[in-house]
Write a protein that binds this ligand. Sequence first.
Ligand SMILES: [Zn+2]
Length: 203
Amino acid sequence: MTYRITSRFLEQEPFRTRPHTGIDFAMPENTPLRSIKDGIVERVVDFGSSNIGKGVFIKWQDGKTAIYGHLSQITVKQGDIVQAGDLIGYSGNTGHSTGAHLHFAVKEGGRFIDPSPYIDFIQNMNNPSFLAKMQHASDTVTLNGTQFIQMISDTLSSIKFQFIHIFVGEVNYYTLLLQIMKKSFQFLACHTSFLYDILWSIF
Ligand SMILES: [Zn+2]
C-alpha cells in the first residue's frame, strides 16, 4: 500500500499559519499505525479538534522523537516500550484536519527535522516482509552490545595489566578503580538518553 503524500515538510499552503512541520500521508481512517523503530512512548496527547488532535510521541533510541498525529484511536500509553512494527494506534481525522490522513513529524534536539528519510518506513509499516527487514535494521543496535563486550574485554585486559603490576610490586588500586569507573561512565554516556527514558518510565 502506498499512501499519497498530500503535504511535504516546510510546505506552506494558504491554510497554514506556519510552514508544515511534518509530512502528511492520506490514508483511510483506522489504518493501523506502527512504530517504525524501537523506542519508548514519550507522550500521548489529545488536542481535541485543534492541532494534531490525538497524537503519539515516540522517542527512538537515537534520541529523535517521532510524532504521529490526527489518530482516531491510540493503543499505547506514556512510558510503553515499543519495537519496530508494534501497533501504536489507528489513523483518523482528529484535530485541525480536512480529511483522513497521518501527520508524521520527527524532532531532534527540540527542532523539527525533515522526515523524508522515513517515508519508506511509513509507506511499508503494515507490510510484514518490510517489517522483518526493519527488525533486521534495528538489529544494528546490537552493535552497541558488541561495543559493550569490547569495552569489557578492554577493561579486563587493563585489569590483567594492573594485576601483573601488582605482582611486580607496583600496586595502584586507585588507578585500576578509576579506569573501571571511566569505562563504565563512557558506556553510560553513550546510552544515557535511552537509559534515562527507561528509568523514567519505571520510577
Ligand atoms: Zn501535517
